[in-house]
Design a binder for this molecule. Sequence first.
Ligand code: B3K
Ligand code: ZN
Length: 880
Amino acid sequence: MRTNQPQTIYLSEYTVPAYLVDHVDLRFELFEDGARVHSTLTIRRNPQGSELAQPLVLDGDSLTLEAVHLNGDELAPDAYEEHDGQLVVANVPEAFTLGVVTWIEPQNNTRLEGLYKSSGMFCTQCEAEGFRCITYYPDRPDVMARFRTRIEADRSAYPVLLSNGNPVEQGALEDGRHFVTWEDPFPKPCYLFALVAGDLVEKRDSFTTVSGRNIDLRMYVEPRNAEKCDFAMDSLKRAMRWDEEVFGREYDLDIFMIVAVDDFNMGAMENKGLNIFNSSCVLASQDTATDAAFQRIEAIVAHEYFHNWSGNRVTCRDWFQLSLKEGFTVFRDARFSEDMGSPTVKRIEDATLLRTAQFAEDAGPMAHPIRPASYMEISNFYTLTIYEKGAEVVRMIYNLLGPAAFREGSDLYFQRHDGQAVTTDDFVQAMEDASGVDLGQFRLWYEQAGTPVLTVSDDFDEARGIYRLTVEQAIPDTPGQTDKKPQHIPFALGLLGAGGESLPLRLSADDEAPQTERVLDLREPTQSFEFHGLSEKPVPSLLRHFSAPVRVNYPWTREQLLFLMSHDPDGFNRWDAGQRLAVDVIQSLIGQPDSAEIEPRLVDAYRHLLNDTDLDQALVAKMLQLPSEAYLVELSESADVPAIHHARERVLNHLAVALRDDLLACYERNQGGGDYQLTPTAIASRSLRNTALAWLLHIDDERGRELANSQFEQADNMTDRLGALRALVNSGFDEDRTRALDAFYERFSDDPQVVELWFSVQASSSKAGQLPQIHRLLEHPAFDWKNPNKVRSVVAVFAGQNLPAFHNPDGSGYNFLAEQVRRLDDSNPQIAARLVTPLTRWRKFAPTYGQQMKAALEGIRDKQSLSRDVYEVVHKSLAD
Ligand code: B3K
Ligand code: ZN
């Protein structure tokens, strides 16, 4: 057991930095057996800090200190202390330079924080606290400095040497070495520092900004990936234009660079002028990337680019403010994606992620507000709550203010805080100041964790023609927070008449210009609203376009849901009605004998959808997806996964059998042909045909089998090839499954991103991903424990997407996961802590499962010398 319990850091204990750094001069000597880092900091006492002389305290981690100089003179060893990850110099003047020389070992850095090696190249990841693994520094975002960086390395192994800003000098050195010096004119926190050194090919393009400046755009990738850059480059240009048009944000440096690396803990990183990407989030070609991957790439390229303003020019004061940049930037990238594709589909996808995974996080032991009050390890707080719920909170502000006032608010925010490190409250204040809209109560969204639950009831006064809607809001207790105050919730709704028409919403009898959709401001624990002038009880369409990240309970009948599914003018709620109906049907079958009848109207509704060629096909494609097992688990009180799985399978089988001919017709209709295109229509068409195929193979249909095999062989794009592979893998056709998996691997074994898809298709399949098969995948030559993508594609996919196998009643899935967490804890604690997530939800499951999950967590807890990352997650999960 760990003896040193990690410390908790509190927002309430924030103090301004004692010293500021104006300038950082770095010199990296890169070698195969390590790197020497010479840093010279120009430091002065913070005028806002304490009057009393303070020691200088710098952060460091895994560093070998070689020398310290003050104003050019080497300090005697007794003039400073090095302990507990800090370098403390007790006596320093008001202003001075501090020279620090450290030795680090990037080649042995498996945590992938700081400077490390990936496929032979050097690269960095400094957010949140990686810079301290490079040199001693005040590693906090409110210390902003100008950086000058000289990189020296062997010229033949590392011809490309990159850092932030502009190259200002380069030249040859002795012994076949060379150097390049970069200068970044914009002050930045050290978490935005980046360095890359490698043998990379360069792809160039350019962009002319709105004010006519020419920006040099460059992508750097390994030579084998040279042909997979075009889409990201085009996405970048679209994002740059969009940010000018929609947010008035112009790019500021002369060069913008993107680098792809294979070993990366997350998706990408917005380092100033030098974004570093996980290869899987930037490289794409028609043959190797699915539609979903293309869309993800476009969104992430945009997201990182947008950070140049929302994150870099205006950054976070401290890590409690993380959602300041992440929530806002996710909101920005979501709106960009809406504009690039189908807005309704994007909204459905975001709401699905939120309702399936963020709601679960908000109801679990790690629940935290979008501005947390404390943490042990900040890496654990790059969460769906900070990102996705944070984006929903910004979206609510957008909707409350309206587009024009919101834009004024965002302009004011950027102008007021350019070059500063600020707080979420500064953001809300700018929005309030620009619009005059009172966001006082709204601020509670930043402070209170937990998903608000709206319970809606209604009655109709026939005599007076008044429909009354009563909404109660309740915010569940979360760790450390009880008795919450009611929040300000924008609640969009419409009412439908019996003929499917949108009814006028008169909040008073004399409302002359009634709208057919309104946004009600919920502020009280209970509020009632009266709608006048109605001749019949309407069907309510609630929380349209998911106007707030809340749960809504209303006793819709199946009849009403079927009605909304085909009549609601709000596409989101049409989809939602279908989901609610399917959830209701599946839930009613859980634990029932197989003879229990399946709601006959469900078949009719899906038949109608399958044949509805008038409705937006992108929406139809989404509506045909049954609620996932993960979502059904999230909705249950005491989840029995095998029972949920069985009930869902029964419904799927039933639909597929009953709709076999309609599925074949849908498949034929969406055969495609012609060039591969990434338009919403073409994407919807591929989605429809692959859904049809999946359903047909689910019931082992022979015609479906033929279609899948020929699609698998003839596909001219990865969406179709993978769709066919997935359908075959999840079918009962064992020979076809094996043959297709082998052929796929043989064809793409040289491409790590496709091999990751190959792993995840198997790991997510209850047919091909039972535990013995998972063990075989881990032993496969292409599997690599040091590569986070590989670990995710097998271990995380198994635990997160293959629920019946993971929740095997014998507990083997839980023990397996615990074993992998223990194995990874020493080498890569960030990834290890992420992997624990499925176990943290143990209280959600029926006791026989929950107790075994808890035991697996205890097994992790008892490991010797647990990392701070895993310690925090496990201990919070086990706390009473
Ligand atoms: N800001 C980075 C995430 C850094 C995660 C550090 N553990 C990527 C992004 O959100 O854009
Ligand atoms: Zn981000």
